[in-house]
Design a binder for this molecule. Sequence first.
Ligand SMILES: C[S@@+](CC[C@H](N)C(=O)[O-])C[C@H]1O[C@@H](n2cnc3c(N)ncnc32)[C@H](O)[C@@H]1O
Length: 471
Amino acid sequence: MDQFLPAIPLKGARVIVIGDGEAARAKLRLFAGAPCELVWRPAVKLVAPPEFDEETGAHILPGRFVPPGAFQRAKFVFIALEDEARATHLAARARRGGALVNVVDNLALCDFYTPALVDRGSVTIALSTGGAAPVLVRDIRSALEGVIAPGVGLLASTANRLRDQVREALPTLDARRRFWETALRGEAVARADAGDALGTALALSRALTGFRDGKPPPGQVFLVGAGPGDPELLTLKAVRVLRDADVIVHDRLVPEAILQRARRDARRIDVGKRRGQHSVPQEQIAGILIEEARKGLRVVRLKGGDSFIFGRGGEEAEAVRAAGITVEVVPGISAALACAASAQIPLTHRDAAQAVTFVTGQPKKDGPELDYQSLASARHTLVVYMGVATAPELSAKLIAAGRAAETPVAIIENGSLPEERAVSGTLGGLAALITAHAITGPAVIVIGEVVARAPDMAAGLARQALLEDAA
Ligand SMILES: C[S@@+](CC[C@H](N)C(=O)[O-])C[C@H]1O[C@@H](n2cnc3c(N)ncnc32)[C@H](O)[C@@H]1O
């Protein structure tokens, strides 16, 4: 460890910023809203200085002269001056006054470096490379900003206010640790993320009463869309919810790289389905969700793509709600969107398609047939899920209903994954295209003039046209 980042309380502390320009402003902004006394000493003498800086609330004391005693009670002094001799002199004075000094752009004169901060009120994360690679630090900070829940500060300050009550109710250290482990991952998290201070406090109090009386807090079910497979396509919220889960009930299409985003001690239940063979029947999946949530656990039902697009998420949500358990739905990037993006096929285009429809290639047995007449209308993109096995029938029926046999089509297999493949042809040649390329993985079929707008699809279309001419 090259540096140590201590956490210094700011309550009542005096923080002084000396200098002008953006560097001084940046330091002032850092402390705006903090419970400290913020003083700004701009070197430029203003004609009629305001008493307080509007943006940061800093108390302004303008002028070059820094009187004796100016650094008394100061905890941090930031100096942002061009004049190095003067900066050195003031730094020495501030240090003698007992302050820690940071001189902007002069590492040798610094008692401490300014870390990059992820600021969530009571929760602060500081990052530093000691000035070696600030860009790297900024990138890490952005990544952290994304995964740290927005309500974590509110959660921490509310928990802090409850601390004495918890100590009284739960005398042993072990009981308190177990309580916080469940309470700070429970209902209060969602309340805090929503900025609901009262709701957060009530949720934590309820959790305490329940824990003391031996009743687990109510569990929750999260229907989370895992996207098409590339972990980078998970939403920030999905990552967060996954990380907090106690149990993960997942499909076969969810890759290990995504499951690894969960806590190592989270229990995984694989209810993977393959085409035509459901390893765990649907009613049983809902039963598992309910049973686990009733134990007071945070249950994540993780599905490929989006749960509400050909994912039977609606049925699961209904069953869980009917059991009196709260459901939250976290959307995911559906295969249609991911595959179209990857192959650069615009699903709508003002000159080629005014509508897009997601269609299943495997409608419910004994259910209504697809309405081929409306699906066959021109200037309309179709994205077919689970359509590889039924593609010959689909293309024949669409053509019979009036869609031109020359309509461009693309098949994108394993979209967003390293083994992704995209091939193109025409609606009339769809079945032959699938056979020729031995498409077996999960794939979507895009049907419509938009396919011809994609740069890499043109070659496939030209080849197919040649084959059809030759035949
Ligand atoms: C049961 S559906 C689930 C769809 C999922 N809920 C979604 O929103 O993407 C399974 C079908 O989604 C499509 N699919 C899922 N992941 C895919 C991928 N990575 N690439 C291409 N198609 C995919 C395939 O058509 C597959 O047969």
